[in-house]
Design a protein around this ligand. Structure first.
Ligand SMILES: *[C@@H]1O[C@H](CO)[C@@H](O)[C@H](O)[C@H]1NC(C)=O
Ligand SMILES: *[C@@H]1O[C@H](CO)[C@@H](O)[C@H](O)[C@H]1NC(C)=O
Ligand SMILES: *[C@@H]1O[C@H](CO)[C@@H](O)[C@H](O)[C@H]1NC(C)=O
Length: 431
């Protein structure tokens, strides 16, 4: 049982850890970014990190599609590509089709052992009684919370804070396992319910996973936070249980069923319970969610100066993806609008393109009729090699996804609100 004493001490702990003043009936969570970037020393692009990040994004969507099919009995509308779900009809995630397909097509499969795995936005929450603190990546592209468990003895769990169910008086074993595939391996373990607090808000009996094994993509070197907190709809939850934010809403911890992100080098923040009016100016432009699984919205146009090489496509707004990853033929069309750009599949890695470092084109995305620019410094990932005039673009093609994954490359340019109450995503100008 939760006692008053516990609540008081947990709040004190969190207040000490991060200033989280209440505003607009919501709370703020400061986010940190591991500054490994995708650019290594000087301005050279880190190819290994780029490929690892791409592999991770594709894996994540495959997990969500499998869960959606299990939970709803229907294939997710975006899963039209043959054998994307393979034989994994039970949604267990234990399916080899992805790897074998890549093997047979000779696709650039890269084990996630790179030291730099991209830019991860992280913050903290507590689990259990007494409360123990974990850092998590806040991921709008998935829906489950998991942290390393006490049973995880493999090297990939080392250096991370582990959850000991036996040490928490509020922990209950759900007697179900889970498994999420990530590139070369998987993250698997046992499901529990326990008390989760985030910036003073409490979710009782929150479903979470305690891993007993993790793939190298979650080793401390590749994934600095301890765990991951999914923030999309329940339909893509492998647990098929309410995700943390939905629990906070149903348990009346927040009054406004929306959360917002500022992902910027100059002070990143997650706001739970609405939007932080200190961080944006003007009004939001909203795009309605088209399928309630991911934060999926229509992307009207991809722009290059006045040109609109790609129009009317589906997109997923994903804080957990570093770049913008999209359907290969459309990405080809996009780069065709930037003179001097080249397919760099053979040099940088499959799906990548380069453009002249001196290019002056401006890239943007249009949602609900409003164009938002991507800063050139975010679109340009760095030079291919020292002295090269070719720079790598942050829009990457894949044959595995037929939609646009709109990640941090775009989200660092705007203030974004994810609104469950009205099933829409809103973008506004950062203050
Ligand atoms: C996946 O492949 C491995 C190695 O070929 C095999 O041992 C395993 O049984 C396969 N798993 C499934 C679920 O098919
Ligand atoms: C949990 O309890 C075990 C013994 O029951 C103890 O060895 C371990 O240090 C505890 N772990 C944490 C993180 O408190
Ligand atoms: C931009 O996208 C909208 C909506 O998808 C479409 O109607 C319009 O034709 C596009 N603009 C251009 C110039 O293609």
């Amino acid at each position: 049982m939760l006692t008053i004493a516990f609540v008081t001490s947990a709040l004190a702990l969190i207040a000490a850890a991060s200033p989280a003043p209440f505003d607009n009936n919501g709370v703020r969570i400061a986010l940190q970014k591991r500054d490994d970037g995708l650019q290594s020393v000087t301005d050279l692009v880190d190819v290994g990190a780029l490929l690892a990040a791409l592999e991770r994004t594709v894996s994540k969507f495959e997990n969500g599609f499998a869960a959606y099919k299990t939970n709803t009995g229907q294939a997710h509308p975006l899963t039209v590509l043959p054998d994307l779900l393979g034989g994994d009809d039970d949604g267990s995630g234990s399916d080899n089709s992805t790897l074998s397909r890549r093997g047979t097509t000779g696709r650039g499969y890269v084990p996630l052992t790179d030291d730099n795995n991209g830019e991860l936005w992280q913050g903290s929450l507590t689990i259990g009684t007494p409360a123990k603190t974990y850092t998590v990546q806040f991921d709008t592209g998935s829906s489950d919370l998991f942290v390393p468990g006490s049973q995880c003895s493999d090297a990939n769990c080392q250096g991370h804070a582990k959850y000991f169910p036996a040490n928490s008086s509020t922990s209950v074993d759900v007697k179900k396992t889970f498994q999420l595939n990530y590139g070369s391996g998987s993250v698997s373990g046992e499901q529990y319910t326990d008390t989760v607090t985030i910036s003073g808000l409490t979710s009782l009996k929150q479903r979470l996973g305690a891993t007993s094994s993790e793939s190298s993509s979650f080793s401390k070197a590749n994934f600095p936070p301890d765990g991951l907190m999914g923030m999309a709809y329940q339909s893509i939850s492998q647990y098929n249980a309410p995700p943390v934010f939905q629990s906070l809403v149903s348990q009346k911890q927040v009054t406004t069923p929306a959360f917002s992100f500022k992902l910027s080098q100059s002070g990143a923040e997650l706001f739970l319970g609405g939007a932080d009016s200190n961080l944006y100016t003007g009004s939001f432009t909203y795009a309605p969610v088209t399928t309630q699984g991911y934060w999926q919205v229509k992307l009207d146009n991809v722009t290059v100066n006045a040109a609109m090489p790609v129009n009317n496509v589906q997109s997923v707004i994903d804080t957990g993806t570093t770049l913008i990853v999209a359907d290969m033929p459309q990405v080809r069309q996009f780069y065709a609008a930037i003179p001097g750009s080249k397919d760099a599949s053979a040099t940088v890695g499959e799906g990548f393109f380069t453009f002249p470092c001196s290019a002056t084109e401006h890239v943007g995305l249009t949602f609900s009729g409003r164009n938002f620019a991507i800063a050139p410094s975010l679109f340009n990932l760095g030079r291919v090699s020292s002295g090269s005039n070719d720079c790598v673009g942050a829009v990457v093609g894949t044959n595995d996804l037929n939609f646009w994954v709109v990640g941090d490359t775009f989200l660092q340019n705007v203030y974004t609100t994810f609104d469950f109450g009205n099933n829409r995503v809103g973008f506004a100008t950062l203050k």
